[in-house]
Design a protein around this ligand. Structure first.
Ligand code: NAD
Length: 489
């Protein structure tokens, strides 16, 4: 890749103790839609993490003693400031990640704003438990307090969205934090640091250390004074984090990968189901942990579904992410694009049929995007359940469609992977929808819809998709220690 000559490189700095701090070495960050290096990200390690831990520990006594209402007001202020700059944040997220400007404007940044508002509100409404034991003359009650310094590690697919989903509950509960965004998508986190002081977040409450997982991430995971790690990313990295943190018995929340099924019964409303399933397969280039990648269609409607699904997928326009009419932007990196393409090749080698997209349809890109990491939405059929395309998380714009006969059979096949994050079920039969939802091994089940979230309720995965849940009550419990107090009167 060539350097972007026309513009000066954007150089990020760590944010520690309320100050921007330069780093001794930097990592190149690419614009995925052009292939140019356009930004330098600090390559932090132990030393930077040490400084951030010190700042976070120093800030903890004051921040944790503020009332929930005071913290709530600060979170709301921060939400307002991000919202005020929504367009600048959306542009930056699109450029840094490759996602379309439309997605960044309508999903990523509004949700980041909402994360702060949501936890600013929910922190005011928790009640603790109390029980009485009249015969013993006792009352028992629980009290909750923040844990201390929280380590927050997030991935590249929804950069500010997922980072704020951790920062907001952590600081709302009175913890101080060290956050490490993905080294591939660090820009919006850095932009947010510029707003913290104005929002009234005291120095040291939110520290951001940029860098790789191997250096900065591990330094955070291994630090003895960071008792809690909230991680979103791949299952492989989660295994490593579990091992590295084990000697310290840290509290872990792990939000991991998925291989999410859509189950489409012959009584489904296809006029709703088809556009939603195209969206659930290809939104954000298929780079959402909740994206559908295995579509099970009941045999009676299989050929009609396939025909209409492929026609709908072909309508999705791939190209320059900053063009508001574009539906599919660039994938995160050259390596990732290669990996995703290889899955399609493997499927073909195994005898599956590629119905549209990669290797089948021409990909016409604007002149400025010829070196970007683009790929068309790709639909694969006649693929075996045991094939790697049906078992492994591809995390790109690739989805597999297969036929099934019975309810019993499809539940077994849908559950036949190591993951268990999200599933969708399409049917007009209420009884069937409940039966199937109960039996799916999946942290989330959407019926006749996709990605409709109420942040009050638990979010997270079963099996290799994670440990723990996040949401109003779940995040509150994760980010606090509970104590049971007994009073005899
Ligand atoms: P990744 O695991 O490679 O990286 C995630 C983060 O962990 C990055 O910040 C990375 O720098 C850091 N990291 C890497 N190695 C580390 C180590 N040894 N110690 C500490 N930190 C380390 O994941 P990714 O490729 O950035 O993201 C894609 C993955 O995230 C997919 O598997 C996707 O399904 C998953 N994901 C899950 C959810 C969810 O809520 N369940 C949401 C979004 C993404």
């Amino acid at each position: 890749p060539t350097m972007a000559h026309s513009q000066a490189l954007l150089v990020l700095e760590n944010f520690i103790g309320g100050k921007f701090v330069p780093c001794s070495s930097y990592i190149d960050s690419y614009n995925p839609s052009t292939g140019d290096v356009y930004c330098k990200v600090p390559d932090s390690g132990k030393e930077e993490v040490e400084a951030a831990v010190k700042a976070a520990k120093d800030a903890f006594p004051i921040w944790s003693s503020k009332s929930p209402l005071e913290r709530s007001q600060i979170l709301n202020k921060l939400a307002d400031l991000i919202e005020h700059d929504l367009e600048a944040f959306a542009q930056a997220e699109s450029k840094d990640q490759g996602k379309t400007i439309t997605f960044a404007r309508t999903v990523d940044i509004p949700r980041a704003v909402h994360n702060f508002r949501f936890f600013a509100s929910s922190i005011l409404h928790h009640v603790t438990e109390c029980t009485e034991m009249p015969t013993m003359g006792c009352v028992h009650y629980t009290s909750r307090s923040p844990v201390g310094v929280a380590g927050l590690i997030s991935p590249w697919n929804l950069p500010l969205y997922l980072l704020t989903w951790k920062i907001a509950p952590a600081i709302a509960c009175g913890n101080t934090v060290i956050a490490k965004p993905s080294e591939m998508t660090s820009v919006t986190a850095w932009m947010m640091c510029k707003l913290l002081e104005k929002a009234g977040v005291p120095p040291g409450v939110v520290n951001i250390v940029f860098g790789t997982g191997a250096k900065a991430g591990e330094a955070l995971v291994c630090h003895p004074d960071v008792p809690l790690i909230s991680f979103t990313g791949s299952t492989l990295t989660a295994q490593r984090i579990t091992e590295r943190s084990a000697p310290h018995c840290k509290r872990l929340s792990l939000e991991l990968g998925g291989k999410n099924p859509a189950i489409i019964f012959d009584d489904a409303d296809l006029s709703q189901c088809i556009p939603t399933t195209v969206r659930s397969s290809f939104a954000n280039q298929g780079e959402i942990c909740l994206c559908t990648s295995r579509i099970f269609v009941q045999r009676g409607i299989y050929s009609e579904f396939l025909k209409r699904f492929v026609a709908e997928a072909k309508k999705w326009k791939t190209g320059n992410p900053s063009d508001p009419t574009v539906d599919v932007g660039a994938l995160i990196s050259k390596e990732h694009l290669e990996k995703v393409r290889n899955y399609v090749k493997k499927a073909q080698a195994e005898g599956a049929r590629v119905l549209c997209g990669e290797g089948v349809d021409p990909l016409a890109l604007p002149p400025g995007n010829q070196k970007g990491y683009f790929m068309l939405p790709t639909v694969i059929a006649e693929v075996k359940d045991e094939s790697c395309c049906m078992q492994e998380e591809i995390f790109g714009p690739v989805t597999c469609v297969v036929a099934f006969d019975t309810e019993e059979e499809v539940i077994k096949r849908a559950n036949g992977v190591k993951y268990g994050l999200a599933a969708t079920v399409w049917s007009g039969n209420v009884g069937r929808v409940h039966r199937v939802a109960h039996r799916l091994q999946s942290g989330l089940v959407w019926t006749n819809c996709w990605l409709v979230r109420d942040l009050n309720l638990p979010f997270g995965g079963m099996k290799a998709s994670g440990i723990g849940r996040e949401g109003a009550k779940d995040s509150y419990e994760f980010f606090t220690e509970v104590k049971t107090i007994t009073i005899k009167h």
